[in-house]
Design a protein around this ligand. Structure first.
Ligand code: KIV
Length: 258
């Protein structure tokens, strides 16, 4: 497997779709790596793995712990570190934290949420040698400020945000929670790849949260999530069988004993 680079990712604009998936640990990163172009250590892990109700309490230490594990499990994958809430409020804070990411992990790039209002921060990071992926549309880190997760339909703002991030030097963008027709217009308005999540098919690639697409996260299912397997049922059935076999002394049998 050949590792993707900024050049090969950018060259996929309008061509073969980019495949991106979140990963939070070495075990699963290793399983996903052969099939995806990029692994995102998303702060969504704060919900699915840390059990919190949103992503806002994720910390740099927590994200670095998971990123190191993902890089160890998938050393040939292009790994993106999701900057947690509060870690990029201004240029200096953002650069200090991005430097930490590069010094303490093997992540290839960072991702941060926000459009035009964050463009000066993206530009500062890029000018200091940091590879930055933008994230516009529905911003999960704004859930408390916005009072919920809402599909975004302000075309002018989305176009401005996408352009501003492209001009600031972002190598790609995530576009989240936008109607498919509008997402197509945003994708066509910039020369960098646009990776959709809840943004329809006319974008340059897709990203999903792995525990959602494997059907492991049962709390809620946004409309855009497709479950490629019924993970929660598979796990529960297996653990139930194990428990039954232990109680009935069927496990361990001769084949599983020394
Ligand atoms: O944290 C995350 O997993 C993300 C994806 C939803 C894009 O930002």
């Amino acid at each position: 497997m050949k590792k993707e680079t900024l050049r090969t990712i950018k060259a996929r604009k309008g061509k073969e779709k980019l495949v991106m998936l979140t990963a939070y640990d070495a075990l699963f990163a290793k399983l996903f790596a052969p099939f995806v172009d990029m692994l995102l250590v998303g702060d969504s892990l704060n919900m699915s793995f840390a059990g919190r109700s949103d992503t806002l309490s994720a910390t740099m230490d927590q994200m670095l712990y998971h990123t190191k594990a993902v890089c160890a499990g998938a050393p040939k994958s292009f790994v993106i570190f999701d900057m947690p809430y509060g870690s990029y409020t201004d240029q200096i804070t953002a650069l200090q934290n991005a430097i930490r990411v590069y010094q303490e992990s093997d992540a290839d790039a960072i991702k941060l949420e926000g459009g035009k209002e964050k463009a000066h921060i993206v530009q500062h990071l890029v000018q200091n040698g940091v590879a930055v992926m933008g994230h516009i549309g529905l911003l999960p880190q704004h859930v408390r400020g916005e009072g919920g997760y809402k599909v975004v339909s302000d075309k002018e703002k989305l176009l401005d945000d996408a352009k501003a991030l492209e001009e600031a030097g972002a190598f790609a963008l995530i576009l989240e929670g936008v109607k498919a027709t509008l997402a197509k217009d945003i994708t066509n308005s910039v020369s960098i790849p646009v990776i959709g999540i809840g943004a329809g098919a006319d974008v340059d690639g897709q990203v999903l949260v792995w525990s959602d697409m494997l059907g492991l996260f049962e709390e809620f299912k946004p409309k855009f999530v497709k479950r490629y397997c019924n993970g929660a049922s598979l796990v529960k059935e297996a653990v139930q069988r194990y428990a039954n076999e232990v109680k009935s002394a069927q496990f361990p049998d001769k084949d599983h004993s020394y």
